[in-house]
Design a protein around this ligand. Structure first.
Ligand code: ADP
Length: 261
């Protein structure tokens, strides 16, 4: 309302950032943050000339500090902007850099929005080709105001193949469409588990749910990621699988569209 009152356009680009890609999910725990981190690293690995940043907008449960093996408080620049913390060549910003790890974050909606606004705009991002935003899970006010406040090039939606997760993923896709954010596609996560002892494959959450949803929505299936111990372990160690095991099958076979040789 304030913007409107001042007669400014509602969506304001982030200084220095060319394209914003949001990674969203309907539910928590489906692998959204893991995907966001590996997407950012993958974008950079794919083309070293591109600069990529990562913003953790999941202010209630910030996981980027752990996933990117970063901690500490951002320094302030002489323009009073926060300097992102950097690992693997990716500048990152997260509420986790500003509050104690175990402190409960009990906030009202408006405070959450103003915190996210600060994490987005009071940061010296430098010049970025892509800023990947790890969104909070769900389709509430916060998600909606992020999509309304900044111009977004596209959204990547992560879901497990389980019906209940898919239903929420669909809601997510519809939210983005309503606010004219292109849905770049769906990533199906945790679709198959291969027993390391006997190689038997089990579809713990179902097998093709996200593929079917992608068809229904008319969007691309961007990836199909197995449930794999190495993904969990590398994430917990802050050594994302795309950088620590780039040639492993759990990475190379996850992409539905294979990179050109
Ligand atoms: P979200 O951001 O949706 O809450 P996370 O990315 O934090 O989900 O993932 C939740 C948990 O599942 C983390 O412990 C993560 O390491 C693990 N995880 C995510 N994807 C996979 C996968 N494909 N294989 C194994 N573990 C995974």
């Amino acid at each position: 309302r304030q913007h409107m009152a001042r007669g400014l356009p509602k969506q304001k680009p982030i200084a220095g950032v060319k394209e914003v890609i949001v990674v969203a999910s309907g539910k928590g725990g489906v692998g959204k943050s893991t995907t966001a981190v590996n997407l950012a690293l993958g974008l950079m690995a794919n083309d070293q000339s591109k600069s990529v940043g990562l913003l953790d907008a999941d202010v209630y449960g910030p996981s980027i500090p752990k996933l990117m093996n970063l901690k500490g408080n951002p320094e302030l620049t002489d323009k009073n902007l926060m300097r992102p913390l950097v690992n693997f060549g990716i500048p990152c910003m997260s509420m986790g850099f500003l509050v104690e790890e175990v402190a409960p974050i009990v906030w009202r909606g408006l405070m959450v929005m103003s915190a996210i606004e600060k994490l987005i705009r009071q940061v010296d991002w430098g010049n970025l080709d892509y800023l990947v935003i790890d969104m909070p899970p769900g389709t509430g006010d916060v998600q909606l105001s992020i999509t309304q406040n900044i111009p977004i090039a596209g959204a990547v939606i992560v879901s497990t193949p389980q019906d209940i997760a898919l239903l929420d993923a669909r809601r997510g896709a519809e939210m983005f469409r309503k606010v004219n954010v292109p849905v770049l596609g769906l990533v199906q996560n945790m679709s198959v588990f291969q027993c390391p002892k006997c190689s038997h494959q089990t579809h713990i959450f179902g097998s093709d749910g996200a593929k079917e949803l992608a068809q229904t929505l008319g969007v691309e299936m961007l990836g199909d990621i197995p449930l794999h111990l190495n993904i969990r372990e590398t994430s917990d160690k802050g050594q994302p699988v795309v950088v620590s095991s780039p040639d492993s099958p759990e990475v190379s076979e996850s992409l539905t569209r294979k990179p050109r040789p």
